[in-house]
Design a protein around this ligand. Structure first.
Ligand code: 5GP
Length: 289
């Protein structure tokens, strides 16, 4: 790193004038926020083109909002994991969304729908259909299992090493996580929370153990158990799954049998007869609750 530039007396006074102007712009923006003339969203929009506004500290911005003040501003930032010295330009997309939601109580929270059921029942087909058609925002889980052919990191799953998965657990980044057939699977908490707070309905496609954890942490979640049209049909589906080793198929069958017995724990049971009809029913459940 080089030394700071040596400024001439003229340059120094020009810099001072500029700093003073910037302070005035920020202070006038703050008064407009206080009076309600400018909303948080408008300030975020202004910051995109105005570097002076972009450099404003988030803590100052929030504290200026009517009825917020410094203490609440700090508490909100801590809760949303925003560093106390963060400037508007340093805010991530999700942080901005979370802040907007915090101050626009008119957005109704989205519904959290958990789709679970025995392995091989066809949950992932339903989730893939919903992803494509956008009926819900579908969470992308993290897993320690290896990707199958055609699976891409960040699309079907985030494929993590065991060490990375441990780190995520330690940082409490999962809404729930569970062991399934020799691997670990978990739902990243933050994106789910962000989408719900933006009013989107969220779908988690997870195993039964995970669904039980969601019930414990988010009692308002709607738990749906997907059932095969028949047990014979499920067995033949699992046996046809060529991407699994014979041992893994046997483990899945055993698990599936135990899982079928867990159906009573769920709020609703749906028979997986046709993808479209299951999706339609999930949508009705979300709007009925
Ligand atoms: P697969 O390896 O076949 O993609 O998924 C195996 C099982 O893991 C499925 O029953 C699926 O629903 C479940 N699963 C996928 N993501 C998660 C997750 O985030 N949490 C939990 N608990 N289970 C998951």
């Amino acid at each position: 790193m080089g030394l700071p530039p040596q400024l001439t007396a003229d340059q120094r006074s020009a810099a001072l004038v500029k700093a003073k102007e910037s302070r005035q712009i920020r202070s006038s923006a703050k008064s407009k926020i206080k009076s309600g003339e400018l909303s948080l969203t408008q300030i975020f929009n202004l910051a995109q083109n105005d570097p002076v506004i972009a450099k404003m500290r988030v803590a100052e911005l929030l504290a200026a909002l009517n009825g917020v003040g410094k203490i609440r501003a700090n508490a909100i930032m801590e809760r949303l994991n925003i560093s106390p010295t963060r400037r508007i330009q340093g805010l991530g997309k999700h942080q901005m969304a979370a802040l907007r939601n915090e101050f626009s109580p008119t957005t109704a929270r989205g519904k959290l729908v958990v789709l679970s059921g025995p392995g091989g029942v066809g949950k992932s087909t339903i989730a893939a259909y919903i992803r494509k058609h956008g009926a819900f925002w579908v969470s992308v889980s993290s897993t320690t299992r290896k990707p199958r052919v055609n699976e891409k990191n960040g699309v079907e799953y985030y494929f993590l090493s065991d060490e990375k998965f441990d780190e995520e657990i330690a940082m409490d980044h999962f809404l729930e996580w569970a062991h399934f057939a020799g691997a670990r699977y978990g739902t990243p908490r933050e994106p789910v929370e962000t989408e719900l707070s933006l009013g989107k309905n969220v779908l988690l496609e997870i195993d039964i153990e995970g669904a039980k954890q969601v019930r414990a942490h988010a009692p308002e979640a709607i738990l749906v158990f997907l059932e095969p049209p028949s047990w014979e049909e499920l067995v033949s589906r699992l046996e046809r799954r060529a991407t699994d080793s014979p041992q893994r198929r046997a483990e899945r069958l055993q698990l599936a049998q135990e899982e079928l017995e867990a159906a009573s724990f769920f709020d609703h049971r749906l028979i997986n007869d046709q993808v479209e009809s299951v999706v339609q029913k999930l949508l009705s459940l979300a709007s009925a609750h």
